[in-house]
Design a protein around this ligand. Structure first.
Ligand SMILES: *Cc1c(COP(=O)(O)O)cnc(C)c1O
Length: 364
């Protein structure tokens, strides 16, 4: 028994529950052809330009990568119009969440976290012995007024997910402006924009402007979703130089590998892939809305590449039934919704398979 030796924070951590893999589906359910719509991955795979860039990089793998992924920071700097000293690259944006907590959170300080959101915020908070303070969603949306009411003089980190995983809803620039104005000086707000490239409705926050103005904000983005590189692990944060400087102290020296750096640069430049991804998602979304309406099931309009569906019955049972049809979706019990599922928007064909399977399952 090693329990008595544990650090306090570790004892409170719940294991991350990932989406099921195609391998799990084949092994556990014995289905041949599997459609995975469980983890919001790009249905087209990685950007072809990124694949090409990685092939060319293979021969350089004997040499350590640059400590701060300078080449990717330069490419991002040009693309985003923020100084390269305002950028930090991580082994996925998840790593930067952990770095933010490692750098700024002391034991007992409070972190504001929404209910029904991405679980890594709670993980990073507990890992560094922070006190998680939960704020409920309001009508499936982040309630930034509720966040403001939860602020105390012990508030250190504020975790925001925009658009929210798993509901797909987004808050606006003006909501965010009003909230940030109410925060104490030492608090730092992390705005996780893993899905921002898919957002279509106007009014989405220009969050990099806060960075340029020197606010205590860390904007997180990733190559995992829109750019199709989830298996490679690369994401980035944008924050004022001071914040980045201290997060670099908490970072392992060679956190991002050479392949990821080159793939990220190439993916940023792959306009054809970006257009195809955006168009397919936009069309798939409309198609799925129409089909879900026909089925008479409630869902949330999404700003991301997934749809939250209120199945109004045990989501784990729906998940199992869908698995038998070879369609992997995400049951949302672990997100606090016992009767809802989340489906990633796929190709037209994948979306049809999902709808056909859902029809059968809901008919039962
Ligand atoms: C998928 C996802 C990420 C991406 O994490 P990576 O570590 O960059 O792969 C971040 N935030 C949310 C809310 C996500 O759903």
């Amino acid at each position: 028994m090693v329990d008595d030796s544990l650090r306090k924070g570790i004892g409170d951590i719940k294991p991350y529950i990932p989406g099921k893999s195609a391998r799990d589906a084949k092994l556990e359910f014995n289905v041949e052809s599997v459609v995975k719509l469980a983890s919001n991955e790009n249905p087209f795979g990685p950007s072809p330009k990124a694949v090409e860039a990685m092939k060319e990089t293979l021969k350089a793998l004997a040499v350590y990568p640059d400590q701060t992924s300078i080449e990717l920071r330069e490419a991002l700097s040009t693309r985003l119009g923020v100084d390269k000293d305002c950028l930090i690259v991580g082994n996925g944006s998840d790593e930067i969440m952990q770095l933010a907590a490692a750098t700024f959170l002391s034991a007992g300080e409070e972190c504001l976290i929404s209910e029904n959101t991405f679980s890594v915020y709670e993980f990073a908070t507990k890992l560094f012995d922070g006190e998680a303070v939960f704020v409920p969603l309001k009508d499936y949306k982040y309630d930034l007024e509720g966040f403001a009411r939860a602020v105390t003089d012990k508030t250190k980190l504020v975790w925001l997910c925009n658009p929210n995983n798993p509901t797909g809803t987004a808050f606006s620039q003006s909501e965010l402006d009003q909230f940030l104005a109410k925060l104490p000086k030492k608090a730092i707000t992390i705005i996780d924009e893993a899905y921002m490239e898919f957002a279509e409705t106007g009014g989405f926050p220009e969050s990099l402007e806060y960075v340029k103005k020197g606010k205590n904000v860390i904007v997180l983005r990733t190559f995992s979703k829109f750019y199709g590189l989830a298996g490679l692990r690369v994401g980035y944060g944008a924050a004022k130089p001071d914040i980045v400087k201290y997060m670099n102290l908490a970072k392992l020296p060679f956190n991002v590998n050479r392949l990821a750096v080159k793939a990220g640069i190439a993916a940023l430049d792959d306009k054809a892939f970006a257009e195809k991804t955006k168009r397919t998602n936009s069309e798939g979304k409309k198609h799925l809305y129409a089909e879900l309406k026909k089925l008479g099931v409630a869902f949330q309009r999404t700003e991301a590449n997934f749809i939250f569906i209120d199945v109004k019955r045990n989501c784990d049972k729906v998940f199992m039934e869908m698995m038998r049809q070879g369609v992997i979706i995400r049951p949302l019990a672990s997100f606090g919704f016992g009767e809802a599922i989340r489906v990633s928007i796929g190709t037209g064909e994948q979306n049809m398979r999902f709808i056909e399977a859902l029809k059968k399952v809901l008919r039962k």
